[in-house]
Design a protein around this ligand. Structure first.
Ligand code: HDD
Length: 702
């Protein structure tokens, strides 16, 4: 028997030297500290390129334990993806308390100002498979695990404060309806199909959430620029055993920002990982995203007089009624070492709360408390998923649970039960142990609270709280989604509900669908439908950043680009805390007017303007001629204009505007000439507004 491992030669490719095996596989030359490759049993491997055969052209031998172990492990690499929220992206960080809630709760993490605990956050889309795109129209998951000294607290929230349904009993139906249709297996990660809208139009409790999902909240610019919500009403319980209701909010310090639908469609093609990449780049570059933890605190007296039931997850409590008190900050400052080990295997459970934090009887929350534990057991292969490092508490934990698949923390010694007379092992403690808040109204029923039946008032409130461009986006989203619905009845049913929300919206959607006769409004399960006051907190544009920090500028450059202008631009962008990417005909290097050769980050064909918050055209006269003939460049300009972005152009790049379809009649205050370095600062200041919304009405006629 001969082995191939010792038949190595050395080759030089480019300016690097490699070891080469007989079949041509090249390796970096092993340095002294390179660890030896071993099997899972720790046996050193001699050849990782060739299986063991009976002669060079003979059959592969079963004896090859290294081959069998390697393939066996590979065959078992996949675990079931999450039934919802399959596509997600996680990061580590910490939570720090800035304002004590010790009057309200015994939870230590909310007790002493300055308390800091490690955190892990996983953002996600809901409907799509693991490999789907980031910019689908969907709710975003915002799941936070805080490793406190009293155990793990999971706040498994979303980027919207309400939900589609009121009772967990309906969750499988809702999820079945939104996922791909079971006979055809499509559409992937889309709510724009008959089954979803059929279910939604037959379930008026979804209407408020539909408004949110058709709004720009469903197409966030990145995870960094969205809010998070615990959704349900929870309880805080203090040392006297008194309970205060609480709703949790995460407010991004970066401000809120979303994109427009046409951009979303294109980003999904250009960079399906747009949100992942954004978080990765921000954290890797040290620009750590941060959220404030806010709480809305209220008591039974408020709950009794509030127009809606605080146990109804399809309703929110306007911030104008109960202000959000900011009590802490969440900072994400470290990417995972391994995506699978951490982001994929992290298991959130709504039941994971710590002493001083309790549940309410919200029927959605109660159902979730069963579902998450159950799903992790299936997904992660048994009850010991809590032993996986990302899921294990960082505080000491002791109990007599033992055995099962992959057990890592079995009890030590003789004692594995209690009570025992060995005086050993962990003991319960009635003083410090978790106490459930006694809350049971004592009657068994399958009804819902009466106020749950008001399905329209808050939907109407959401709509009137939006700015004009946001209202237009909502209308357009309904028209888009319902245009994909093939059954006319379903479209009409949705309009019938929208007539109870806002007549202008309903008529606008009907018109957009070409629906000639308006249906009668859907009979409301509870009347009257109340006119509530508008709430500023519900609009994205009213809660924008006032800064271009953390945003990305795409700059088209070519050979002969003006070095002084480009350098001045770079200085201003950095001063603002923003990011600049050079987009060029080639990535290898372009030569500026001063002879300097600089690499570009992107080749123009790989970087459409949808990847940027604002763009600058800085091509030279020659470069402009070249790019003027290029379809991708024309799209770059045309899209930036259509997506209401700020566009700046250098003296030699003016012709590119016309190539992108921007005529002199179209020029507006969002298209800005950079004649010299003095024009750059005002341009960056203008970019803080993020978009030039006035343009939108002129660029979208259908
Ligand atoms: Fe859920 C995952 C958020 C209702 C059952 N959910 C999941 C995740 C988030 C949410 C963020 C992903 C966690 C992660 O990143 O691993 N879910 C919500 C919110 C809801 C909600 C904010 C309403 C307020 N969910 C809900 C109901 C049920 C579930 C009513 C079932 C009765 N959710 C699940 C699940 C998932 C899940 C099947 C799939 C994967 C997982 O749990 O870990 O158990």
């Amino acid at each position: 028997m001969s082995d191939t491992a010792d038949k190595r030669t050395t080759v030089t490719i480019g300016d690097q030297t490699f070891e080469r095996g007989p079949q041509g596989a090249t390796h970096q030359t092993a340095s002294g500290d390179t660890p030896p490759l071993t099997t899972q049993q720790g046996v050193p491997v001699a050849d990782d390129q060739n299986s063991l055969k009976a002669g060079p052209r003979g059959g592969t031998l079963l004896e090859d334990f290294h081959f069998r172990e390697k393939i066996f492990h590979f065959d078992h690499e996949r675990i079931p993806e999450r039934v919802v929220h399959a596509r997600g992206y996680g990061a580590h960080g910490f939570f720090e308390l800035t304002d004590s809630l010790s009057d309200y709760t015994t939870a230590k993490v909310l007790g002493k100002t300055g308390t800091r605990v490690p955190a892990f956050v996983r953002f996600s889309t809901v409907a799509g498979a693991k490999g789907s795109s980031d910019l689908v129209r969907d709710v975003r998951g915002f799941a936070v695990k805080l490793y406190t000294e009293e155990g793990n607290w999971d706040l498994v929230g979303n980027n919207m404060p309400v939900f589609f349904i009121q009772d967990a009993m309906k969750f499988p139906d809702m999820v079945h309806a939104v996922k791909e249709e079971p006979d055809r297996g499509f559409p992937q990660a889309q709510s724009a199909h008959d089954n979803f809208w059929d279910f939604a139009s037959l379930s008026p409790e979804t209407v408020h959430m539909l408004l949110w999902v058709m709004s720009d909240r469903a197409i966030p610019r990145s995870f960094r620029f969205m809010e998070g919500f615990g959704v349900h009403t929870f309880r805080l319980i203090n040392a006297e055993g008194n309970s205060t209701y609480v709703k949790f909010h995460w407010k991004p310090k970066q401000g809120l920002q979303s994109i427009v639908w046409n951009e979303a469609v294109k980003i999904n093609g250009a960079d399906p990982d747009f949100h992942r990449r954004d978080l990765w780049q921000a954290i890797e570059s040290g620009d750590y995203p941060e959220w404030e933890l806010g709480v809305q605190l209220f008591d039974d007296a408020f709950a009794d007089t509030f127009d809606f039931d605080i146990l109804d997850a399809t309703k929110l409590i306007p911030e104008e009624l109960v202000p959000v008190r900011r009590i802490g900050r969440l900072v994400l400052d470290r990417m995972v070492d391994n995506f699978f080990a951490e982001t994929e295997q992290v298991a959130f459970c709504t039941q994971n709360v710590v002493p001083g934090i309790g549940f309410t009887n919200d029927p959605l929350l109660q159902g979730r408390n069963f579902s998450y534990l159950d799903t992790q057991t299936k997904r992660l292969g048994g009850p010991n998923f809590t032993h996986i490092p990302i899921n294990a508490p960082k505080c000491p934990f002791h109990n007599f649970q033992q055995d099962g698949h992959a057990a890592m923390h079995n009890p030590k010694g003789r004692v594995n039960y209690e009570p025992n007379s060995w005086g050993a092992g962990p003991r319960e403690n009635p003083k410090t142990g978790y106490k459930h808040f006694p809350d049971n109204n004592g009657r068994t029923t399958r009804e819902r609270g009466e106020l749950f039946a008001d399905h329209y008032s808050q939907a109407r409130q959401f709509y009137i709280s939006q700015t004009k461009p946001e209202q237009t986006h909502i209308k357009n989203a309904f028209v888009f989604e319902l245009s994909k619905v093939e059954t006319p009845n379903i479209r009409s049913r949705v309009i019938a509900h929208l007539l109870n929300v806002d007549e202008t919206l309903a008529k606008g959607v009907a018109e957009g669908l070409g629906l000639k006769d308006l249906p009668a409004p859907a009979p409301a399960a509870r009347t009257p439908i109340t006119d509530l006051a508008a709430s500023t907190a519900l609009s994205i544009l009213k809660n924008g950043p006032d800064s271009f920090a953390g945003r990305k500028l795409g700059v088209i450059v070519t050979d002969g680009t003006d070095a002084a202008l480009l350098n001045a631009l770079q200085t201003q962008v950095e001063a603002e805390g923003a990011i600049m990417e050079l987009v060029a005909p080639v990535v290898g290097g372009i030569t500026l007017t001063d002879g300097q050769i600089i690499p570009a980050q992107q080749k123009i064909v790989g970087a459409p303007s949808v990847l940027y918050d604002a763009v600058v055209l800085l091509s030279s006269a020659e470069g402009t001629k070249l790019l003027g003939k290029d379809a991708t460049t024309r799209d770059f300009v045309a899209d930036a204009f259509a997506h209401a972005k700020f566009i700046a152009y250098g003296p030699d790049a003016t012709a590119l505007l016309a190539k992108g379809g921007i005529t002199s009649d179209d020029m507006d205050d969002g298209v800005i000439a950079l004649k010299n370095e003095a024009d750059i600062k005002p341009f960056i200041t203008t970019c803080r507004k993020l978009r030039f919304w006035d343009r939108e009405a002129k660029t979208h006629s259908v």
